[in-house]
Structure formats: structure tokens, C-alpha cells
Design a protein around this ligand. Sequence first.
Ligand code: SAM
Length: 500
Amino acid sequence: MPRYAITTFGCQMNVHDSERMHDVLRRAGYAEAGDPDEADVLVLNTCSVREKAEQKLRSEVGRLARWKRERPDRVLVVAGCVAQQEGERLLKQMRAIDVVVGPDNIPELPGLLGDLALGGLPIARTVFDTEAPRFLAASPPQGASAQGAPGRAPTAFVTIMKGCDERCSFCVVPYTRGPERYRPSDEIVAEIAGLVAAGTREVTLLGQTVNSYRDPLGALPAAPGASPDDPDESEFAALLRRIAADVPGLARLRYTSPHPRHLTPSLILAHAELAVLPRHVHLPVQSGSDRVLRRMIRRYTRAEYVARTRALAAAVPGLSLSTDIIVGFPGETEDDFAATLSLVREVGFKGLFGFKYSRRPHTPALRLPDDVPEDVKGARLSRLFEESEALLSAHLQGLVGTTQEVLVEGRDKERGHGGPGGALWSGRTGRHEIAHIEGAEELDLLGEIVEVAVVRANKHSLQAELTGAARAAARPRQRGGAEPGRPARRALPVLSAEGG
Ligand code: SAM
């Protein structure tokens, strides 16, 4: 059996695409190599949202040229956004690459590898499936029983749309992922029902502007609160309602990334009424300055963002918000940046991904001079993180002594959280705070939603213990039994600052 390995760069969308590539390759008779160095086929699934991510790919291919020289029959595949953006050019620029495959062409990967094995030339396949969009469903989580044994792969991503029709001036996504295409609601519901039957407790709906969703079959009734005259209205709230009604066994339903424009009254009402929606929303704002938001072509003002998030917070008591922010966008002044800091304080974000602006191919902002010096961008990013860390820290401290419900996603060492002790169970609260659970080594908590008492706040996470009732209800871990399943392949971002 030929062996393959996949290295993933970038966002959840890429992590999800990698999972589909695992499925496609396994079905075609490939086996996963324990160590990428031992693979016959190595796939680099790339990201091009920021320049730094693209540079990572180039240095990785440089390193792998040596890996190929050792055994020239090895195959190097470049997939994902850089593949889509560069296409054939990659084959010309980097001779070590054998196959370039775009996000919409994943199902064709085994065929391309087969052609190559028969002596075919290096090939690029980067065609959008605009006419007949394909959405690859996940295979059931590993080790799950048909009855839905809790404990295997408790969280999963489900794609509901691909592409993006926004034209944010900094963003390469419309050029690497194509125009918006939506998945039929029947298919979405069927995939989620299958996952839940196999033990999944939490699903995250994925899309570039996930809340612009419209059912291509027109099968969804209008959601309560939806106004037909509102140009920002979509059928996303209706989809959430259908999932909640048709898959009652689903414990948590998250989504990422929504666009603030589509945070409409119908979506706010869905949050108020659907218990399956946890009390956390990640809502990228990008800047707190109207002047910069206009130049970014974000199509909302600061006041509109604040009004919508206030309405959401009023509808969902205890809601926490996190966001994405770009610093050093062309023309960003100290005053603009001060407006961003004041917005962070005003909204009180509990998590923040911050990025230094980088010029991307094809984007409208290429016409603007990249005039904020690199050291100024760096200093602004540090100030932004100081602000957000202080907010997160105060928030986490405030939770010490409270009880919280945590969905246990795995064990620290497998999930890469590296929490103190390294062998603890960990998971997330409904508000997405990471919680490490102490003193439960002998119990099997994977996939359970357990009540914990928060005993300490770490920098980015909570330290907690099971309550007496949760401990009494938990199953003992079977000695010599299967180790907890492997959601580990999925690198979940922590709810905290991350560099760009
Ligand atoms: N579609 C989502 C949106 O814009 O609301 C997010 C997509 S992107 C994968 C994630 C984040 O990367 C963006 O929210 C933005 O903060 C950041 N980003 C995108 N393009 C960038 C650029 N040219 N330079 C720096 N950061 C960028």
C-alpha cells in the first residue's frame, strides 16, 4: 500500500480540506504514514491569506527537495489556496513539486497520482466547480459505533458553502476559493445527523461568509424575524433552525466565519431561542476606524458593528465575542489604530486574532501603498495583544469559583494545548474558553459534557475539577482499552491572541 502524509497550513477551512483529502486517499487505497519522512506521497495543504503563510510553503518545498532526491519516486503535492492562486507557475518555479491541486479538485487527486505513476508529467489541476459544486461529506469519526458511542471525535466541521462574494480590499479568498456556492440544506442536515449518530457532539458550520447562506433548493421556510426587504438578510437563521429541529441529538452548533453585515435580526433571534447555539460568536471586525473600514470595503461602520453586537449580547446573556483584526492597513494612522483599541475595549472581546497587513496578489488594496512601516505594524500588534490579553485575563479570573459545562474534546497531550500536567482532559465551555480538567485521569470523559468547578485561571485557559455529581456520573477508563479517539489531527485555535 502506498503511504501518504498531509501537512496543513492555515485556517479551519484548510484543516477541513485536509480531512477530506485523508478520506479521498484512504478510499483510493493509500495508507497514512506515521512519519511524513516515510511517506511515498506528501501533500502540503497551503494557505495564502497572508504573505507569511505563503513563504512557509516556499521554505518547506525547499527543504523537501532533499527528501525527494533521496528517493526520486516520492511524490510532492501542493494543495489549497497557494495551489489555486499559482497553478502551473508553481511547477515551473519549484521543480520538486509533482502535482498542484486546487481546493475544488480534491476528488481528482487519486487520478492525478495514478497518471503520474504511469509516467505522466507533473500536472496542475485548479478548476473551480462553479457549474456543479461538489461538497465532500466527512466519513464517520474513527472508532465510532453505529449506536453513537460517545467518546470518538466529539467535534466536527461541516462545510455549508464555499467561495466568497465579498470584495474586502485586503483579501485573497475570492480569488483562491472562487464565487459563493451553497450546499443544499438536505445534504447538510444528513451529514450532521450521520456525525451525531456516530458520536459527534459539536458541529462547526464552515464558510467564508458562513451567514450569507442560501439554500440552493429553496427548501427552507423564512426564519422568524427575517425581513424580505433587508439586503443583508440570508437563510442562515433558517438553516440553524432546521438543524436544531432535525438533529435533536446535537449538543452544540457553532459556525465560522460570519460577516457582520449578515448578523441580522433573524440570526439574533435564533441565538435567543435555540439552546444548541453556544454563547460565543467569532465575528471578524478588522478595524475600529470607519475610514479604514471604508478602504477595506467591509460594508459596515463601527457604529453598525457595535449596534449589532449589542443587540446580540442583549438577546444572549453572558455571550462572549471574539474577532479578527488587521493592523497596519495602508494609510492606517495612529488615530485609526487608537479607534481600533477603543473598539476592542468597547465590545470587550474575549479573544482576538491579530494580523499585520500583508499585500496579497489580485487584491484591490494592491493599488494602495503599503505605507505603514513594518516596525510600526509590529508595535501596534503588540499593543493590540496587550489590550486583548488584559480583557481575556480579567474575564478568566472572573470565572474562578464558578461552575461551567465543558465538552471534553480530548487529552491535552493529543490536542497540543500543552496545559499544565500535559496529561489532563481538556475541552471547551459553551463560551469557547479552554478548560483543563484535573484529577480525572481514571475516568473516560471523551465526548462528555461535564460540569466542572473552575479552580484557577491560566493565561489563556481555565483549570478546573469535576463537580461531585459529574464525577459520580462519569465512566471509569478501561485499562488496556482504546485510547481516546483522535480529534488531535484538528489543530483548534485557542481563544486568545495569535500573531500574524
Ligand atoms: N472570511 C473571513 C472574514 O473576512 O470575515 C475571514 C477569512 S481569513 C481566512 C482570516 C483573517 O485573516 C481575516 O479575518 C483577516 O483578519 C486576516 N487577513 C486576511 N487577509 C489579510 C491580509 N492581506 N493581511 C493580513 N491579514 C489578513
